[in-house]
Design a binder for this molecule. Sequence first.
Ligand code: GRF
Length: 188
Amino acid sequence: MKNIAIFASGAGSNAQKIIDHFKGSNKAAVTLILCNKPGAGVFTIAENEHIPSILIEKERFFKTDDYIQILKEAKIDLVVLAGFLWKVPGNLVQAFPERIINIHPALLPKYGGKGMYGHFVHDAVIAAKEPESGITIHFVNEKYDDGATILQERCTITPDDTPETLAKKVQVLEHKHYPLIVERLLTL
Ligand code: GRF
């Protein structure tokens, strides 16, 4: 059995999809959820799903190896960032080489980097009158939204799309593809 840890900062809809995908699997399961935002929706998901969850403390996250130890003790095979808004510190990246992945709601390298999250991404894409957007799933390195791409999937933007309608299209792609990529990486 492979163990998946999910890092999230918000509602956790991608976390839920990944949890659901592995329910009843004899290959892998989400066994730990970590979140930096007290009261975030992902904590409710963890509780409902009976998955242990941890509130990440800033000082410990950026200045110690504590979370590396927690992940190692939990025998985590893959770290999945799903709407996690802090940069991953170098010590954590190095402790899990090619074992930390992220999903970004646009076609990187465009519309990525610090401050490009949530509606800011879709606002910028619509303002630039892009003909398409999509998702990028990539390995995590020490820079925001910068590691090697694993998968990109596209959606068309029509003239009547708004940041809100685009967000929905992109979320459909996220929910469809992220669990499958997690599975593929664990069975490689
Ligand atoms: C997703 O759009 C993801 O791409 C981005 O943050 C959002 C997380 O949403 N990095 P949720 O918490 O999984 O609902």
